[in-house]
Design a protein around this ligand. Structure first.
Ligand code: AMP
Ligand code: GLY
Length: 424
């Protein structure tokens, strides 16, 4: 089969490497792809949001199945476009992708169907939002309604910070139209867990849980990034909590989307916070997480293509979804300076005998040499029989992947190791 994967980051590289293991896959194309994937897929260079070009490419190149990985094309309706020309897809259609595309939609859905989440208010008028903030409990959380390149959330520790965030969204429009509606919500505390799941609208099959490390600095300090590393499974996510999540969050969300006439098919990502009052939804994503995918898919034992097809044709209940009883750690190597200013163009060396998988995010091929081209350059994923083994190996092998100005956190997985002790 010919497969098209829309997207061009580390997540897409992990999806491609996983799909490649399927005996039924003959050729994988990526749109746009990146220089680091060239050994695994034909990179078309077509922009992930260029739906006309993607649809035309898929028709001209006899694509049998498409995987739309990033949020933007999903929210724009890439799946609707591809399905309209007869190409089956992995991913939600536009009507369902709104679950990530609009925070107002997702909050209102949770309220209507009694799915546990932070209490909130919606504002489309700045003066009313500022008035509300005068007496709101602090800390508080300000969220732009739309996608905002993953940067629309401010956890405000002071009233001033909250006001600044409201002005930035609604007056300065730093997130464009995405900030004309905002959600101001209750500040929750507790360990965070990412649970990616497969769903066909009939059943929800959770994947192995994971833990992201969003801040740039050790000890979770400094600004937020696109993710500096992940481990799986997440030790906070016990079997007991998993059952509570299935009953109070996962199935109710799937049923709520069905009831709204917005059946969700694909990967439904639950960003959860395990509060003292039980697990609550922090955010939904309508796609695989990055860099969660880089630890989750290497642990998948079953055939990814078969599972993806099952989400599209409604046969997930009869499809095997099995994960290895192991641990994974993904260490992200970034360009020094990220998420602010950084230099690029440095050659990357990856040893042939590396005992880990490399998922490339920000790199390009120049005269056959792989060079850095982005903030987060690549992820190194190692597996182990224990969490400690996986972490040690990710650091040991990660140190063998080199480029000038490389930066990584030194404590990926440290919190999870401590949690293993706590939950024992
Ligand atoms: P983002 O990935 O940009 O959506 O960032 C969301 C992050 O903000 C989450 O991972 C949480 O750490 C934090 N966050 C979002 N909502 C809340 C909330 N209600 N209470 C506390 N922290 C939150
Ligand atoms: N790792 C969080 C996300 O993909 O949004």
């Amino acid at each position: 089969m010919n497969i098209l994967v829309v997207g061009g980051g580390g997540r897409e590289h992990a999806i491609i490497k996983s799909l490649k293991k399927s005996p039924r896959v003959t050729q994988i194309y990526a749109a746009p792809g990146n220089g680091g994937m060239a050994a695994d897929a034909i990179c078309t260079g077509i922009g992930a949001k260029d739906l006309d070009a993607i649809t035309a490419f898929a028709q001209e190149n006899a694509i049998d199945f498409a995987v739309v990985a990033p949020d933007d094309p999903l929210v724009l309706g890439a799946v609707d476009r591809l399905e309209a020309v007869g190409i089956p897809c992995f991913g939600p259609n536009k009507a369902a992708a709104i679950l990530e595309g609009s925070k107002v939609f997702s909050k209102d859905l949770m309220k209507k169907y009694h799915i546990p989440t932070a209490q909130y208010q919606v504002f489309d008028d700045m003066d009313r939002a500022l008035e509300y903030l005068k007496t709101a409990p602090i800390p508080t959380v300000v969220k732009a309604d739309g996608l905002a390149l993953g940067k629309g959330v401010t956890v405000a520790m002071t009233r001033q910070e909250a006001e600044d965030a409201v002005r930035a969204c609604m007056e300065d429009k730093v997130f464009g139209e995405s900030g004309s509606h905002i959600v101001i919500e209750e500040f929750l505390t507790g360990p965070e867990v990412s649970v990616l799941s497969f769903t066909d609208g009939k059943v929800v099959v959770p994947m192995v849980s994971s833990m992201d490390h969003k801040r740039i600095g050790d000890g979770d300090t400094g600004p937020n990034t696109g993710g500096m590393g992940t481990v799986a499974p997440n030790p906070y996510y016990t079997d007991e909590i998993a059952q509570v999540c299935m009953d109070t969050i996962f199935l109710p969300t799937m049923r709520a989307m069905n009831a709204e006439g917005r059946t969700f098919k694909g990967c439904l990502y639950f960003g959860l916070m395990l509060t003292e009052k039980g697990p609550k939804v922090i955010e939904y994503n309508c796609r695989f997480g990055d860099p969660e995918t880089q630890v989750v898919l290497p642990l998948l034992e079953s055939d990814l293509l078969t599972i993806m097809e099952a989400t599209a044709n409604g046969t997930l209940a009869e499809t095997e979804v099995k994960f290895r009883d192991q641990h994974a750690c993904c260490l992200v190597l970034a360009s020094e300076g990220y998420p602010k200013k950084y230099e690029t163009g440095f050659p990357i060396t990856i040893p042939e005998d590396l005992d880990a998988q490399v998922f490339v995010a920000g790199a390009k091929l120049e005269d056959g040499v792989l060079k850095t081209s982005g903030g987060r350059v690549l992820g190194v994923t190692a597996l182990g029989n224990t969490l400690k083994e996986a972490i040690d190996k990710a650091y040991q092998e990660g140190a063998r992947v080199t480029f000038q100005n490389a930066y990584c956190r030194k404590d990926i997985g440290a919190r999870a190791l401590r949690a293993e002790e706590e939950v024992k």
